[in-house]
Ligand binder design. Structure first.
Ligand code: TXA
Ligand code: MG
Length: 324
């Protein structure tokens, strides 16, 4: 006798997803974090995998769920600038200027850590990365917790970051206690990271706020950090889909590359959103994920101009294209 498959309503839901707009969700998120659980939170950049700053168990869980090396520190998310003085010390006037001009928003400041930030969060370093995310639910969650939360991007280490609740569910099902769904992230690439623990400050990772905007606010030129990788986003290979990503400088070159692909490199697609950089950024991780969902072997990505948001897009595509 053939067994008919169980009706889908009897299956365990793969992920515990709750809408940010549902009034019951805030309470669920606070309770989960307070009990040492992990909550996937919406931000304007990418979804984060959040734990309470002071929960040793939950912080350790973040590293194991992500398969992330212990020396890759977590960003501390706060809700008001006043909280910055609780988690960081020796905050320069320029760092404060950027905080006031850009927060809430996609920029993270690297500062000297205060005693209240455990070294398990900072990867053993004396610096702490801090930002105020531009998402009302998440800021309210931090306020309701009464202390900051830590959150890396809610993906496995080295893989493509999530910009929807569905992406988080696809990646981390079973490993996250609650996913708060607040729709697609508006910026779509991670925050810019600026190191203000050194003088003059340096750019560690290009991101949602262009370095030109920071230079405009500070009135001087910003250099990129050289040498040792201090941020995992600075590793050569990161944000990788399964298909091969090939970079191209323009449409003509992309077409020529496409025509030269071997049968083993097909099916393939050209990714070109250079005429709309905000859209290129906000759909980038979905485009990389879609390439895999469509079982492409090759994605030829046309690089935008290296200015404004283009710098972050080039950075992520270059790392997606790098050999492991
Ligand atoms: O937009 C974002 O920044 C998102 C959302 C969730 O806020 N978060 C994010 O976190 O991108 P994550 O962990 O994927 O990337 C943070 C980067 C890592 O490369 C980490 O190594 C670096 O920041 N980082 C954090 N604290 C640091 C520190 N004390 N020194 C050097 N790098 C640090
Ligand atoms: Mg990440």
């Amino acid at each position: 006798m053939r067994h008919s498959p169980a009706p889908s309503e009897h299956l365990e839901p793969l992920c515990n997803v709750a809408l940010a707009s549902d009034p019951a969700t805030m309470d669920k998120a606070v309770r989960t974090l307070s009990r040492g659980g992990l909550v996937a939170i919406p931000t304007e950049t990418v979804y984060g995998l959040a734990a309470a700053l002071n929960s040793k168990v939950a912080v350790a869980k973040i590293f194991s769920v992500k398969d992330r090396p212990q020396d890759h520190p977590l960003i501390v998310h706060i809700a008001q600038i006043e909280q910055l003085h609780k988690v960081a010390e020796e905050i320069s006037a320029d760092a404060l200027k950027i905080a006031h001009a850009c927060w809430p928003g996609p920029i993270t400041l690297l500062l000297r850590r205060s005693e209240s930030v455990p070294t398990s969060v900072t990867g053993g370093r004396e610096t702490v990365a801090v930002r105020i995310p531009d998402n009302t639910f998440t800021r309210q969650l931090i306020n309701n917790m009464g202390s900051p939360i830590v959150a890396p991007s809610a993906n496995r280490f080295g893989k493509v970051s999530p910009t929807t609740a569905q992406h988080v569910c696809d990646d981390l099902q079973g490993d996250v206690d609650l996913i708060v769904d607040d729709g697609a992230c508006s910026i779509g690439v991670e925050s810019t990271i600026m190191d203000f623990s050194v003088s003059p400050p340096q750019l560690l990772r290009p991101g949602g706020i262009p370095v030109e905007d920071i230079e405009h606010i500070l009135g001087y030129e910003i250099q990129s950090s050289d040498g040792i990788s201090r941020a995992s986003g600075m590793l050569q290979s990161h944000y990788r889909p399964s298909c091969q990503v090939i970079l191209s400088q323009n449409e003509l070159e992309a077409t020529q590359l496409f025509e030269r692909l071997t049968p083993q490199q097909l099916p393939a697609r050209i990714l070109n959103r250079c005429n709309n950089l905000p859209l290129y950024a906000s759909s980038l991780y979905n485009d990389l994920r879609q390439a895999d969902a469509d079982q492409l072997r090759t994605l030829i990505a046309i690089l935008p101009k290296n200015s404004g948001l283009g710098a972050a897009i080039i950075d992520r595509l270059t790392k997606a294209a790098a050999p492991i």
